[in-house]
Design a protein around this ligand. Sequence first.
Ligand SMILES: [Zn+2]
Length: 199
Amino acid sequence: MNPYPPVLSDLIRKLSRLPGLGEKSATRIAMHLLKSPDKDVESLAENIRQLRANIRTCSICFNFTEDPVCAICGDPARNTGQICVVEGTADLLAIEQSGAHKGRYHVLQGVLAPLDGIGPEQIRIKELFARFKSEKITEIILATNPSSEGEATAHYLLQILKDHDARVTRIAYGIPMGGDLKYTDRITLERALKGRQVF
Ligand SMILES: [Zn+2]
């Protein structure tokens, strides 16, 4: 028999559906909330409510924002001609944290996955094309993940972007920093060698 009152077991069940949380961590979080001061729990609940009410996607790049246009698209210091295409906002944040990209982004909100019924219409591909009409795009950096679906999406975009006047580049594949050649898989090694650069 479930030892918890219904409200508590319901919360544990809902928390354990969140990514990365199993039943044990969900129970620990629920117990923590139960012991926390009222104001902290109310503030968290209000934050979750506001998240759904106030966060939307940028009308240009589909990054998350509270405004019609996100802070990156609204930043006059960014290189507006260079667009880095990513699968999701988490990828955008990772690239932003690297500080290596000074242009704008385009968040696809997914990747092509025909077996799951996700085709070009289900992700933000036509919106990327629409940007060629309103922006002067000089380079498209394809930064989808090096997974089979990310690769297929990059190849699809490369094919249909051929007719546009922008340079299309793909992020490099290689050995991670701190990595070890003898433990690196064959495909990564092969691509790292093919993508070698003058030192
Ligand atoms: Zn934006």
